[in-house]
Design a protein around this ligand. Structure first.
Ligand code: 8YV
Length: 315
């Protein structure tokens, strides 16, 4: 029996590539020089697409694969897949929730600590000899006991809030409604009011057309010159122009970002700002999590082609 053909949108570690190559006929889209010609060539044979989180499947790709049955997303966020096109053509979609939650929350908290205590600058202070030449590193404000806002109390937001509670932070959150599992934390419906109530704002929302630029100039202004924004969700949740303006003119204190519009080619203005910590979209990037994500991508594809129920179905 011939193996199902899968369009592979981005690269995977060897521990995923090997089993995928054994189970399926993999077509490496990301290696093709002429993407349109590649799609025109292999598209008709393709029955599945395996994505990276941020490298998804748009309508043109989906329509170039008329026999497509399933898209297996390597990530919890499936905003890079055109769900409307999938609905239209009856294509199933799966993602990789839960397995990455703890690591994403860990990095978000690490980013907050690094920014608030100036850990990156302090390390440079030691390496560059400033400690010996200039003396002690400038003092920073403490983080424990401060007010944290969590915008989006889903799986990741909840794990962030749990960790922040360990720092005795006063926690507020916004979501579509109060959560019964968040009795110790304060629900604030409006994002501006949440920011007014927060010293640090964590953006942990699943991205969609509705959440685009939910963190806008007003939310940023409400955080104020001592405020900090941490984004471990998607760049589209924040108005980047407004963020860069506020970081430049000091109306926002600082930010720590794991995601960027147009990543990995981020807006070069970020590189000139001393008050932003930049991370290469690697909140889920531990060996353990990436192995679990890769396994889920394969297991969902295998389940689909075996006619079994999908493990983590979006559509
Ligand atoms: C990426 C992510 O998928 O889970 C998500 O939604 O954005 C990440 O885990 C990861 O960087 C692999 O592409």
């Amino acid at each position: 029996m011939t193996q199902p053909s899968i369009l592979q949108v981005g690269p995977y570690p060897e521990w995923d590539q090997q089993p995928l190559d054994q189970m399926f006929t993999m077509h490496r889209y990301f290696e093709a020089d002429d993407k349109a010609a590649f799609l025109a060539d292999v598209g008709p044979s393709v029955r599945g697409i395996a994505t990276r989180g941020e490298l998804g499947a748009d309508r043109a790709m989906i329509e170039a694969c008329p026999n497509l049955e399933v898209i297996s997303v390597y990530g919890v966020g499936y905003d890079a897949v055109d769900l409307e096109a999938c609905r239209e053509y009856g294509i199933h979609v799966t993602n990789t929730p839960d397995v990455l939650t703890g690591d994403v929350a860990d990095l978000g908290v690490a980013m907050m600590l690094a920014q608030s205590r100036g850990i990156i600058g302090a390390e440079r202070w030691v390496r560059d000899g400033d400690w010996a030449q200039k003396g002690l590193y400038p003092l920073k404000s403490r983080i424990w006991g401060k007010r944290a806002g969590v915008l989006g109390l889903g799986r990741i937001g909840y794990e962030v809030a749990k960790r922040l509670a360990g720092f005795d932070m006063q926690i507020s959150y916004s979501d579509i409604g109060p959560k019964d599992y968040a009795a110790d934390w304060t629900f604030v419906a409006d994002a501006v009011a949440l920011a007014q109530n927060s010293d640090v704002l964590f953006v942990t929302l699943a991205a969609s057309a509705e959440t685009r630029h939910i963190v806008d100039a007003k939310v940023i202004e409400a955080l104020g010159p001592e405020g900090m924004i941490i984004n471990i969700s998607r760049a589209s949740n924040i108005d980047e122009d407004a963020l860069i303006a506020a970081l430049s003119n000091g109306t926002l204190g600082s930010a720590a970002l794991d995601v960027f519009e147009g990543e990995p080619d981020l807006d070069p203005r970020f590189l000139d700002l001393p008050n932003v910590l930049l991370q290469p979209h690697h909140a889920s990037g531990t060996v353990e999590t990436r192995k679990a994500m890769g396994k889920l991508v394969r297991d969902n594809l295998a389940a689909h082609f075996a006619g079994e129920s999908l493990l983590t179905q979006v559509l």
